[in-house]
Design a protein around this ligand. Structure first.
Ligand code: FES
Length: 215
């Protein structure tokens, strides 16, 4: 984990942003960096998730403060948390955005392609400029795609985690990882507990033990 400075280079129409930062601060898919705009009166830093590669930094997933504009300078801390790890044997990869944008999962696409896997993106929120080889399905196809996949990466809010687990089904042998989203005010510094989540009857901190958990 490192501290450093970065800058917002551009904000895209799909609300992703290109962030300039030193290479050692770039989070892996599923990880995040903590960012605070220099000179802003926002009291808290915010988690910024990887969405894709970009020159001199990375493309960040949506959900950034509206006050950030191109040129905004950032204090950065990270990379933080546990990210995704696609098993090397996976050949049918499902990326499932259960209740929000699929952009936090997008960074897995080139990794899956590199190991020769097919990729299906399941989401009811549109993602732009995806590679043509990515098949897009609505959430309605959830069960069918979970049957097809040999690995799935999910993105879900903490509130919807029980609903997602129920939908996947306890008996399902699917290899899966779940990125769980919740407010993370201290970003693993103060153990504030705001991001606590119950994973298989154990309390975990999303900011530190996650945000990606094994299914
Ligand atoms: S955000 Fe404070 S413990 Fe996770």
């Amino acid at each position: 984990m490192k501290n450093g400075q970065g800058q917002v280079a551009e904000i895209h129409l799909d609300s992703r942003a290109r962030i300039l930062c030193p290479p050692e601060l770039i989070p892996a898919p599923g990880q995040y960096i903590f960012a605070h705009a220099l000179g802003s009166d926002e009291p808290l830093a915010v988690p910024v998730f990887f969405s894709g590669s970009a020159p001199d930094g990375f493309r960040a997933a949506p959900g950034l403060p509206l006050s950030w504009t191109p040129g905004t300078k950032l204090n950065l801390r990270g990379p933080l948390g546990r990210g995704f790890a696609i098993p090397a044997s996976a050949r049918k990869v499902a990326l499932v955005a259960f209740d929000d944008s699929p952009e936090r999962l997008r960074g897995l696409i080139p990794i899956a392609f590199k190991q020769g896997a097919e990729v299906v993106l399941v989401s009811d929120v549109a993602a732009h400029d995806l590679p043509e080889a990515v098949e897009i399905q609505p959430l309605q196809a959830f069960s069918e795609i979970c049957q097809w996949a040999d690995y799935a990466a999910f993105d879900v809010s903490r509130e919807n985690l029980p609903r997602l687990r129920e939908k996947i089904g306890m008996g399902n042998q699917l290899q899966a990882q779940i990125l769980v989203r919740a407010p993370m005010p201290c970003g693993a510094v103060a153990e504030c507990g705001v991001c606590a989540v119950n994973i298989r009857n154990e309390w975990k901190l999303i900011c530190k033990d996650g945000p990606v958990f094994e299914f």
